[in-house]
Write a protein of this length. Structure first.
Length: 251
């Protein structure tokens, strides 16, 4: 059956994903920036959740994927920290100024992550010439690529995802992500042939505070209240997990 990875931006979200039946958690922080490296305490706490794989985001900041030497050293150190915390895998992506994959630096990060699974994240969706980018990622030794097919969402990019699945063959797994939910996941799998799905399936946990904050913004994303907690919705995760169990394995 297709595998379900849930992106979690906190321990609470990871717990909801695990209890909902996710196969794997991509652990990040800073949802408004698309995910950055989580803190060690959070990594260690999520590692204790039973029955679920843990992949840790290695991204020192939001924005583009062109990193300074100092930022690159931080990524190397964060991979070591993830290893020490017993993560099953790490997730990163690096581009050059011309939007090609930074092959040399990616190879070095893969070597640093030896023994862990490596996912090249959606930096791929900003890469020029996706076919060449995929070959570079495979040459660097990455095990999978997270992508929407270089489209606004994975359903729109399903045709490109299908081409990438064919190109990758058994050399690399194509992990489909971007705008996926219970209503479109089966169609994306049917159209593309992907064997792994990445989704947030996010809900909003209301605050337990009895006194609400004043009208002062502290940088919260605009699509939820400033004092609410964005988490994976356990019921949504369970529904998608059940759907995936009912589907045959791709290929």
């Amino acid at each position: 059956m297709p595998l379900l990875e849930i992106v979690a931006y906190s321990y609470a979200s990871a717990l909801a994903a695990q209890q909902g039946g996710a196969d794997r958690i991509e652990l990040c922080e800073n949802t408004a920036e698309g995910g950055t490296t989580p803190g060690l305490g959070t990594i260690e706490a999520v590692r204790e959740l039973p029955g679920v794989k843990l992949h840790v985001m290695i991204r020192p900041r939001g924005g583009d994927f062109l990193y300074t030497d100092a930022e690159y050293k931080i990524m190397l150190r964060d991979i070591a920290v993830a290893r020490e915390a017993r993560a099953d895998g790490v997730v990163f992506g690096l581009l050059r100024p011309d939007a090609t994959v930074d092959l040399e630096r990616t190879r070095r990060l893969v070597a640093a992550a030896k023994g862990m699974a490596v996912t090249f994240h959606r930096a791929f969706d900003w890469a020029a010439q996706p076919e060449a980018a995929l070959e570079a990622i495979i040459a660097a030794g990455c095990h999978r690529v997270l992508t929407s097919g270089q489209a606004p969402d994975a359903l729109t990019g399903a045709a490109t995802l299908a081409k990438l699945v064919q190109q990758a063959g058994r050399r690399c797994t194509i992990l489909a992500g971007g705008g996926l939910n219970l209503g479109n996941i089966a169609e994306v799998i049917r159209l593309s042939g992907v064997s792994e799905i990445h989704a947030s399936l996010r809900g909003v946990q209301p605050t337990a505070m009895r006194v609400r904050p004043p009208s002062v913004s502290l940088g919260a994303a605009p699509d939820w209240p400033a004092d609410a907690i964005p988490v994976a919705d356990q019921a949504k995760v369970a529904a998608v997990a059940a759907l995936l169990r009912s589907l045959p394995a791709a290929g």
